[in-house]
Structures are given as structure tokens and as C-alpha cells.
Design a protein around this ligand. Sequence first.
Ligand code: SF4
Ligand code: SF4
Length: 141
Amino acid sequence: MSDANHPWYEKGLHFSCKQCGMCCSGTPGYVFLSKKEALLIAEFLKISGEDFYQKYVRTLADGRISLKEISPSYRCIFLKDHLCLIYPVRPTQCRTFPWWKSLLSSEKAWKEEKTRCPGIDQGPLHPYEKIQKELDSAQEA
Ligand code: SF4
Ligand code: SF4
């Protein structure tokens, strides 16, 4: 039984990224980032903010910004040979995966994501407190 005080994952969850890159390609989607994150990535790439926006960012109708993806595989523009070219400064959305509200909303959602991510239910146990911290930082971003 799961409730607000006792979420279904209260004993922690296993996760270890296998660096397959599947979450960074394969289906159309958005990798949202804040304007602050955009500037950090530009700095990491040693280019101006203006250049960064022009080359790597798309702006949605509601004003949010997302990294561009490359057709036909919908690969994130920063994914190369299964590796993230901006790993140390990747957006919060990437950094906090799989500790997302949508994936932790139910065990069913978590298991469904497992069909796409081979790292789920593998590797070390991540304690509940750590998961909650990541979840909070994902929501604040
Ligand atoms: S799909 Fe999962 S295992 Fe593969 S790169 Fe993404 S997080 Fe890592
Ligand atoms: S920024 Fe890096 S981690 Fe995020 S989707 Fe692109 S390649 Fe993947």
C-alpha cells in the first residue's frame, strides 16, 4: 500500500546508467533548460550565449527553451557515440533522470520506463532521501 507518507519507493530504488544513450534519442521530445543553464552550457562550450541559442536551442510557443534534436532519430544535438558532450553541465532534466515526478508517480510508471531504460532496477540502491532530494531539485528547475 502506498500513500503520501509511505510512497511505493520508500525502501529506495536501484538504478545505474548503462550509457546506452536511448533516453537522449529515439522519440520526439523536449530537453528543457533554464536560461541560466543555457548560459552555463555556452560558457562550457566557450561560445557566446547568442551563438549557443542559434546553434543548439529551439524556443517553444510558450517561451520555454529546449535543446534541438536531430532527425530522423530525434537524437539530442549533444549526443555523440552514446555520450553526452556537455555531461558536466547537462540540464537539470537530464541530471535528475530517472527521479522524475512522472516516473515515481506509481510503480507501474517506473516499470514502464524500464522498458525504455536498461539502467532502471539495476546497480546500487538509491535511498529514499536521495531520491526525494533529486525530485525536489527537478521540480525547482
Ligand atoms: S536510457 Fe537509461 S541507461 Fe540508457 S543512457 Fe539513458 S539513463 Fe542511461
Ligand atoms: S544534454 Fe546530454 S544527457 Fe541531456 S539529452 Fe542531450 S545528450 Fe542526453
